[in-house]
Design a protein around this ligand. Structure first.
Ligand SMILES: O=P(O)(O)OC[C@@H](O)[C@@H](O)c1c[nH]c2ccccc12
Length: 526
């Protein structure tokens, strides 16, 4: 096997795991440290259908290279039973020994005690023999990690699985992987939200990649789901299934909420789902070449905020704004809900026009000094339900626990007033921080929530970048004059501009909008 199969080098960790398993297979044979299952050779219970309609796969996972120790799990059958009772549709058993602490015996024991539960063998499998052995130990499905395999091995594994009546969960991490899978049209495709080079979780990966799959399949969102909130994002992005390890190993009681979130088809209004649409836009920017020149880096996504006039919405979208921001909070730039509806209907009339393609977000200060701004929240929810906006920016003081229940989909805007506060506010979801895929950093002012024209202190920006583990979204004092320096300095994924392109509060200066985008393009060309 050559790790260069997919045209790119494997991340070090994956390379190490794969090499180690190869060495051990050569030295010890395909069972490694496992004993033959109690039913002996070739008599495993007949294979069960594996997740034909989606659902939740809960994983038996003791440790991982990214997290280290997760849980002891002395009794994998007890854990599997708990998963089943709480509503898991299937169970994934990590059998890799050296980095994940599993074994084939876990698989066979769980099958023996829970014969009705569909089981996935999760491992770094290489060939047809690995598939045969998986079946012998009771697996109903096998994981096929496309990027570690030659095309001939992919073929061999699919045909072995077909012969044995097993399901293949084909893991893809790039468009190239998807091309390589196309001929097999797998019925289950897993996309990992964990980047194995950095170990970072990024929902934008699965969200954008899902778009490239054009055959009927059940999409499985892998990694990084802690609870219902992430499951809702997966569902919004078109994933009918999710594979959850740590989130359920440590707290199986979350299973019912995760399953409900996964099956809830929230989108009744036909509007594209905010995170998916944005991830697709972001991926397109990575390919785009402004003025025919190769971009040194993609231009940032641009949100133009504080839109109060139809002509400004049109102009912003035509110039290239990816998101139009409408402020529902009391402000010099406040937009009326009916104005937002009129922009939405102009956009929906011409879905392929720039205005039709721009996403619309309402900005609310949902909570100020602990007091909820009920009217704004109600307005935002109503606009969301109607499809007049795609998402909500929560600019107030709500805690991570309150956000998702306030409005969904949302992203949180932070206004740290010190480095210490920045570090606290930008904590990752696992550390108890905000759970949304992105957070927006804005300048602090004691007078106003946003739109102050002030820039964020560079040390605060740095603290947020370091702590949050997420690409930077930056607001505060960005203008056509300084945008080039800001983009070069921080390489933000998104910049948010309101007062920097105005001739007066709430009134955009169209010439300045053009200048802004020209400067952005300049900042991205080598
Ligand atoms: O614990 P998490 O973040 O819920 O992740 C589970 C699972 O997706 C992850 O373990 C995984 C995804 N793809 C893999 C391939 C091999 C081993 C493990 C994996």
């Amino acid at each position: 096997m050559s790790p260069e199969t997919a045209g790119t080098k494997l991340p070090n960790i994956l390379e190490r795991i794969v090499t180690r398993r190869r060495e051990r297979l050569t030295a010890e044979g395909s069972l490694l440290s496992a004993q033959e299952p109690s039913w002996g050779k070739n008599k495993a219970p007949a294979p069960l259908p594996f997740l034909p309609q989606g659902g939740l796969i809960c994983e038996v996972k003791r440790k991982s290279p990214s997290r280290g120790h997760i849980a002891e799990i002395t009794d994998p059958v007890a854990l599997a039973k708990r998963y089943q009772q709480l509503g898991a549709s299937a169970i994934s058993v990590l059998t890799e020994e050296d980095h994940f602490g599993g074994s084939l015996n876990d698989l066979a024991t769980i099958k023996e005690k829970l014969p009705d539960m569909p089981l996935l063998r999760k491992d770094f499998l290489f060939d047809g023999e690995d598939v045969v052995v998986s079946r012998r130990f009771g697996a109903d499905a096998v994981l096929l990690i496309t990027r570690i395999l030659e095309q001939s091995a992919v073929e061999e594994m699919f045909s072995a699985a077909r012969e044995l009546g097993m399901t293949v969960l084909a893991e893809a991490h790039s468009r190239e992987d998807i091309e390589r899978l196309r001929g097999f049209a797998p019925k289950l495709i897993g996309i990992n939200s964990r980047d194995l080079a950095s170990f970072r979780i990024d929902p934008f990966g699965p969200a954008a990649l899902a778009d490239a799959i054009q055959w009927p399949t059940v999409l499985v969102w892998e990694s990084g789901i802690l609870g219902a909130e992430e499951a809702k994002i997966a569902a919004g992005c078109g994933f009918a299934a999710a594979l959850v390890g740590e989130g359920v190993v440590t707290a199986p009681e979350r299973i019912p909420d995760i399953t409900t979130a996964l099956s809830a088809a929230d989108q009744k209004n036909n509007a594209p789902f905010f995170w998916k649409a944005l991830a697709v836009k972001q991926a397109a920017l990575q390919d785009a070449a402004p003025n025919g020149e190769r971009p040194e880096r993609p231009r940032p996504l641009v949100k133009l905020c504080g839109i109060t006039r139809m002509e400004d919405a049109q102009k912003a979208a035509e110039a290239g704004a990816d998101i139009l921001g409408f402020i529902l909070a009391p402000s010099k730039r406040k937009a009326e809900a009916d104005f937002i509806r009129s922009v939405a209907s102009a956009a929906q009339d011409r879905p392929d026009s720039p205005l039709g393609r721009a996403l619309r977000v309402a900005v609310i200060v949902e909570r100020k000094e602990g007091i909820e701004a009920k009217e704004q929240i109600d307005q935002a929810r109503k606009l969301l339900a109607e499809g007049a906006i795609h998402g909500v920016q929560l600019h107030g003081d709500s805690s991570p626990e309150l956000c998702a229940a306030t409005a969904f989909p949302y992203f949180k805007a932070l206004r740290p007033s010190s480095i210490a506060e920045a570090k606290q506010l930008a904590a990752t979801p696992k550390e108890g921080g905000y759970r949304c895929p992105r957070i927006l950093v804005d300048a602090f002012s004691s007078e106003a929530y946003g739109g102050t024209g002030k820039a964020v202190d560079p040390d605060i920006v740095r603290a947020v970048i370091e702590r949050s583990g997420r690409p930077l979204w930056l607001a505060g004092g960005i203008t056509p004059e300084n945008v080039e320096a800001i983009v070069t300095r921080y390489k933000p994924e998104l910049i948010d501009i309101a007062s920097g392109v105005e001739e007066g509060p709430g009134i955009k200066d169209h010439h300045r909008i053009e200048q802004l985008f020209e400067a952005i393009q300049r900042s991205c060309i080598s």
